[in-house]
Design a protein around this ligand. Structure first.
Ligand code: FAD
Length: 467
């Protein structure tokens, strides 16, 4: 195996997290082997990547928004990859218009407009170009090899053992990390909160000349029984998602039908802004996706000691958040970089590195798990009048639309640029939020804009006009 300075890193999974980890470790002089079970052919361009099947990560074909935190991470840590993404057709877009007088840091508050498949295409090319990174595709890992809490490699489906000083699970939502480690006698507890949602998404091509930057930045909405968003991508694409409860059979049936889906898009405020001029052209049918959960896995025991050495998880394999908040890919990339930083800070020291990495995750990632669970809880009323309306924070959200202090604070929060704890420690934000909460009637919650569930179902059935 490699010496302490250049440990050999085996990464399982070539999604956003695994590729970012491969780049991070490869560029630090580590020997990297990335094992991915999908074929991942070398696609000629973003369009080929867009149409390529992706069995191991089917969500790449669902709507994805990319937050300011990712833009800053790419710009600061991988500027060449950021340039490539822009050259491939990605753009950036300010997240909010109401910040008042510019302040330092405002320039960071820009999201990335790009298809998920284009982002991965760019990351794959960059990782493949690294001399120290060996990407092996069609390589399904069956489990880890190790004993007594120490992992030193992985076993492929064909029985081959691939050894490493560090094994990184970047296996996504469905990778069985606890099962793998249980086989070596390690118990990894996990907490799970189901989001109670399923996605129905459809892709479109926008008409030539469509002004994406002229869009209302509020691309989605929440009517309780349906939450929805329309997100443009590179290459003149648009993806629209209607998120519903999986047990709402009638709505699911109506919206799974391509015509029903499109009629709903024309009705719902937000998606409808894409249908006011020449029609966007649909690409394929309505893609369903369920099993959307919040989940966190605990790799330190109650005394703060690592449960396993030589093994780390990043991305969804570590912490998974409700996709509706658009945080998963940014957090997976953040964790890839945090793990590289902990490894560089503690070469050859499995214990110190695990403790440092998990402490960084507790600071930078875990708050978003709790925030997602809390937001899910507040917005979980399917009646259309969510419990948010009874929550004083809802008035702060209303005030933030015109108040620069609150607007900036929440824009930083939604974009992973400040954790809830950091926002709660900002005296200017706190003072304004307290003023609003003391005088909520000055910031009334506007009535929901859009149809009720029954009105929408009637309209989709075509036997009633919307009021
Ligand atoms: C419907 C939906 C919508 C989403 N929308 C957004 C969004 O708008 N913005 C956002 O930031 N995030 C979003 N997310 C979350 C985001 O997709 C995930 O957080 C992100 O993919 C996590 O990256 P990852 O690298 O951890 O895992 P993945 O991207 O899932 O990659 C895991 C990889 O591991 C491979 N793999 C798994 N097991 C093995 C094995 N045994 N051997 C070899 N390879 C293996 C898989 O084939 C896959 O390539 C969404 C998720 C869903 C489900």
């Amino acid at each position: 195996m490699a010496g302490v300075g250049q440990e050999r890193v085996v990464i399982v999974g070539g999604g956003a997290g695994g590729l970012t980890a491969a780049l991070s470790f490869g560029r630090t002089g580590h020997e990297v082997v990335l094992l991915e079970r999908d074929p991942l052919p070398v696609d000629a361009d973003p369009e080929a990547a867009f149409t390529a099947p992706r069995r191991g990560a089917p969500q790449v074909h669902q709507t994805h928004g990319f937050l300011a935190r990712m833009q800053v991470l790419l710009r600061e840590r991988f500027p060449d990859v950021f340039e490539d993404l822009l050259a491939a057709g990605g753009t950036t877009m300010p997240t909010t218009a109401n910040l008042g007088e510019p302040e330092p840091g405002d320039e960071d508050l820009k999201v990335i407009i790009a298809r998920r498949t284009t982002l991965e295409w760019v990351l794959r090319r960059a990782a493949r170009a690294e001399a120290g990174v060996d990407i092996r595709t069609d390589a399904a890992v069956q489990g880890v090899v190790g004993s007594k809490g120490q992992v030193w490699g992985v076993r492929l489906a064909d029985g081959t053992i691939v050894e490493g000083d560090i094994v990184v699970a970047a296996t996504g939502r469905r990778g069985d990390v606890p099962g793998w480690l249980a086989a070596t006698g390690v118990d990894i507890p996990e907490e799970i909160h189901e989001s109670g949602l399923m996605y129905l998404s459809r892709w479109y091509r926008l008409p030539p000349g469509f002004d994406v930057l002229g869009l209302d930045p509020k691309l989605g909405g929440d009517l309780g029984f349906v939450k929805y968003l329309g997100v443009p991508g590179d290459g003149g694409t648009l993806s629209i998602t209607l998120a519903i409860r999986p047990d709402d059979g009638p709505l699911r049936a109506a919206l799974s039908d391509p015509d029903g889906f499109e009629r709903a898009c024309r009705i719902l405020p937000g998606p409808n802004q894409f249908f006011t001029g020449p029609d966007p052209e649909p690409v394929g049918g309505v893609r369903p996706m369920g099993g959307l959960l919040n989940r966190i896995r605990r790799f330190l025991d109650d005394a703060g000691h690592p449960r396993v050495l030589g093994f780390h998880a990043i991305g969804d394999a570590h912490t998974c958040t409700n996709p509706l908040y658009g945080r998963g890919v940014s957090l997976a990339m953040v964790q890839a970089v945090l793990l590289r930083d902990a490894t560089v800070a503690h070469p050859g020291d499995h214990v110190a590195r695990a403790v440092a990495y998990e402490a960084a995750c507790a600071r930078d990632v875990e708050p978003w798990y709790h925030a997602a669970v809390e937001m899910d809880r507040m917005g979980a009323d399917p009646s259309g009048r969510t419990t948010m309306a009874d929550n004083p924070i809802a008035h702060v959200f209303v005030a933030a639309q015109t108040d620069p202090v609150l607007g900036r604070g929440l824009a930083r929060l939604w974009n992973l640029m400040a954790t809830p704890q950091e926002l709660a420690a900002d005296p200017r934000y706190l003072e304004r939020a307290a003023e609003v909460m003391a005088n909520p009637d000055a910031y009334p919650i506007p009535p929901r804009e859009g149809p009720t569930r029954d009105e929408l179902l009637d309209a989709l059935a075509g036997d009633a006009a919307l009021a």
